[in-house]
Structures are given as structure tokens and as C-alpha cells.
Design a protein around this ligand. Structure first.
Ligand code: HEC
Length: 232
């Protein structure tokens, strides 16, 4: 069976040119699908990320970039001064909150801080009892500050003195006007023991960016030839 038996040479030519047109369309579509569109998406993606500075480049959102802090020796403290809110504790807690938490959680704890907009999961809204992972009891918030929340940008704040973390826990609770749940007496007793027994030493601390600066300068001084040509 041959095509010639069914089609005149003229019809054959028309069939061939129709096929060519179809092939042409397919290759144009493929060009757009596999080259132009991914290229544009790549371009859009790269311009996006240059507008939104990556965390850590600006420093102000980098959770490792805390302000410098001098060494501090904290003796054991009376649990009564930290287990329930008092004006001095709350004042300290509010100052710390404004300095370390408000960028993400917002000044009123609504989870709407400027640093939280691009985050997944979003910073917790403290004014709402919904979706808390560790919970809203005092000991739960203390645990969050001790360990952070895995898989999120909520890092551990265990570099802060224990009493300061307790102050923050009270401040976080004060931002939500709902029942925070009854604390487990056993958990509270554990916390109280923590404060009453051991004091703590908070070591000197400088921001990571500053440490890197100092380290690389000292390294360059000790290894003059290791400095790249363009920095000599
Ligand atoms: C870099 C942004 C960021 C900063 C700064 C930050 N948080 Fe968070 N925080 C988060 C995110 C994101 C979550 C939600 C985590 C999740 O859902 O897994 C969260 C969750 C929490 C929770 C809820 C935990 C739970 O049980 O679900 C508490 C409490 C909390 N943060 C307290 C604080 C306190 C106090 C500070 C300041 C010392 C602070 N956070 C600073 C991003 C941040």
C-alpha cells in the first residue's frame, strides 16, 4: 500500500506542507515552554531575591547577630521574683521583647513584625490562642525560648539569662488576653528549682559578624601571604 495510490502528487504536497506547519508550531511551543518561560522565571526569581536582601546579609534580622554583651555572673535568685510578674521583671521583659522579638512577632505580638512577612511558618500571633506548638503556659513558653521551634526561624534564646527568659515568657503571656491554661505544678517546681539552686555565668558575647571581622583580620595579620591580592 502506497500513499501515491490514494493521493495525487498535488494532495501529497499539501499534506507535507500541512505537516511542516504543525511541526513548526510544535517547535515554537517547545522553545517557549522549555527555554523562554523558564528563562523568564529564572530572571524574575533572581531580581526578586536581590530586592529582598537575604537574611543574614543585613544583619538586623540575623538571629545569630545579637548585640554585644559583657560577661555577667548571676547568683541563684529567689524564684518568687520571677515565677509571677512584677513591675521590674515586666519592664526588663518589655525592653528585651522590643529588642529581640518585635521584628518578627510585632510590637503588640500580633505576629505582624516586618521581619516575619517572608517567613514560613509565620511568627506566632500571641494575641490568638490558635496553633501554638509548645503551648501558652508559662513552662511551655519557657521551653520554646530554651529550645526554639525546630524547622522554623524561631531560634533558641538560651543565650539569655534564665530570669530574662522568664521575663519574656510573662510578657508574651501578657500580650494575649485569653486563658493560658493551668501550669502543671511539677513543671513549675522544676523551674523554681532551676532559679533557686544554681546561679549562672553569661559569657562575653559579641555579634557573629564582628567575630568574623576580628578573626579574618587576625588571620590576615598572622598569614600576610594568605591575603588575596585585591585586598593587599
Ligand atoms: C526571626 C523571627 C523571630 C524572632 C526574632 C522571634 N521569633 Fe518567636 N517565632 C517565630 C516563628 C516563625 C514562630 C512560629 C514557629 C512555628 O510555628 O513553628 C515563632 C513562635 C514563637 C512562639 C510560639 C511557640 C509555640 O508554642 O508555638 C513563642 C512563644 C515565641 N515565638 C516567642 C518569641 C520571643 C519571646 C522572641 C524574642 C526573644 C521571639 N519569639 C523572637 C519567629 C521569630
Amino acid at each position: 500500500m502506497k500513499l501515491n495510490d490514494y493521493l495525487t502528487p498535488d494532495e501529497l504536497k499539501r499534506l507535507a506542507s500541512a505537516l511542516l506547519v504543525v511541526l513548526g508550531f510544535i517547535s515554537i511551543a517547545a522553545f517557549f515552554g522549555f527555554t523562554v518561560v523558564p528563562g523568564l522565571r529564572y530572571q524574575a526569581h533572581t531580581t526578586d531575591s536581590s530586592v529582598q536582601a537575604v537574611q543574614g546579609e543585613t544583619g538586623w534580622l540575623d538571629p545569630t547577630d545579637y548585640p554585644a554583651m559583657a560577661r555577667e555572673v548571676i547568683p541563684p535568685i529567689d524564684p518568687k521574683t520571677v515565677m509571677t510578674p512584677n513591675p521590674a521583671l515586666m519592664a526588663k521583659g518589655k525592653a528585651l521583647y522590643a529588642q529581640s522579638c518585635a521584628t518578627c512577632h510585632g510590637p503588640d505580638g500580633k505576629g505582624d513584625g516586618p521581619g516575619g512577612t517572608g517567613l514560613t511558618p509565620k511568627p506566632r500571633n500571641f494575641t490568638d490562642k490558635v496553633a501554638w506548638k509548645n503551648g501558652t503556659r508559662l513552662e511551655d513558653i519557657y521551653k520554646t525560648l530554651e529550645e526554639g521551634i525546630k524547622g522554623s526561624s524561631m531560634v533558641s534564646y538560651n543565650y539569655l539569662a534564665k530570669r530574662d527568659r522568664m521575663a519574656l515568657a510573662h510578657v508574651v503571656q501578657s500580650l494575649g488576653a485569653y486563658d493560658h491554661g493551668a501550669s502543671d505544678p511539677k513543671n513549675l517546681a522544676t523551674l523554681e528549682k532551676l532559679f533557686a539552686s544554681a546561679g549562672e555565668v553569661i559569657p562575653n558575647r559579641i555579634p557573629v559578624s564582628r567575630a568574623v571581622e576580628v578573626l579574618s583580620r587576625e588571620y590576615a595579620e598572622a598569614h600576610p601571604r594568605a591575603t588575596p591580592a585585591n585586598e593587599r
